[in-house]
Design a protein around this ligand. Structure first.
Ligand code: NAD
Length: 261
């Protein structure tokens, strides 16, 4: 299926690794020009080189190092993208912990990264999308929005705030062929998951392999997802064909969420 993305410009945030990188790869495969961001310039440049090889001259890949959760980081990312037809919102997730230990600053950091940054980027780009009558906004959130994870209270809270905001706006933009949807990852084999297992291994005395095996057994697919699978779902949501889908929260979790709806 041709997704109709050739020549579109996509801003994919936090994309040197993991799920963001998976999304950027899938968009490049479809011939979209991409601007990728991440804080660390070295990993970002390495990913940009991989994407340019994949693009093989069919589309452009630009890399902008910076923290997307800051006004300067967002301004630099936006300045590098001639027009934003596709916006993939992503940033690192907040740390785990007990809510009794989180002060106002901890909450503000989580809200900045996982709620207010996507909203700021939507604000900066959505009117241009409406004027051009094409826009696809995908927010990478978390399965924790549907089924909260107790130690990830900062994530549960901040991402639910974004989800509530998007639910309203997504119904205002769709008449202009601008959709806004959220992708909710379950467990994906990325650095983020690795760091989580390292923390649990230290706390429990179990090995990382034991913890990985135990976690996989809780997932009906009996495995973790791959960034390529995640990216393919993202590219499809960004496709020309997906203009009638908006305000949705799409779980990609190998069946881990146990509810009927
Ligand atoms: P990852 O650690 O593998 O990759 C994160 C990427 O984001 C890296 O490229 C990093 O450089 C970049 N990044 C982080 N903070 C940034 C910032 N402030 N500005 C710019 N770039 C930044 O993580 P991942 O597994 O790909 O996760 C992506 C998002 O999905 C995170 O918010 C994570 O909490 C969430 N999530 C992941 C899983 C999972 O299983 N991997 C599950 C649920 C939710």
């Amino acid at each position: 299926m041709d997704l109709g993305l050739q020549g579109k410009w996509a801003l994919v945030c936090a994309a040197s690794k993991g799920l963001g990188k998976g999304c950027a790869e899938a968009l490049v495969r479809e011939g979209a020009n991409v601007v990728i961001t991440a804080r660390g310039a070295e990993a970002l440049e390495a990913t940009a080189a991989e994407l340019r090889a994949l693009a093989a001259g069919r589309c452009e890949v630009r890399a902008v190092a910076g923290d997307i959760t800051t006004p300067e980081g967002r301004a630099a990312a936006l300045a590098a993208c001639p027009q934003v037809d596709i916006l993939v919102n992503n940033a690192g997730g907040p740390p785990p912990g007990d809510f009794r230990d989180w002060d106002r600053d901890a909450w503000i950091r989580a809200l900045d990264a996982n709620m207010l940054t996507p909203i700021e980027l939507i604000k900066a780009t959505v009117d241009g999308m409406i004027a051009r009558r094409f826009g696809r906004i995908v927010n990478i959130t978390s399965g924790a929005v549907k089924a909260p994870i107790d130690i990830l209270g900062l994530s549960n809270g901040a991402r639910s705030g974004l989800t509530g905001f998007v639910a309203g706006l997504a119904r205002k933009t769709v008449e202009h062929n601008v959709t806004i949807n959220n992708l909710l990852p379950g467990a994906f084999d990325t650095d983020r998951l690795k760091v989580t297992f390292e923390g649990s291994a230290r706390a429990s005395g179990k090995t990382i392999d034991e913890l990985r095996e135990a976690r996989m057994k809780t997932i009906p697919a009996r495995r973790f997802g791959t960034p390529a699978e995640f990216g393919a779902a993202c590219a499809w949501l960004c496709s020309a064909q997906a203009g009638y889908i908006t305000g949705q929260n799409w779980l990609i979790d190998g069946g881990a969420y146990p509810g009927t709806f």
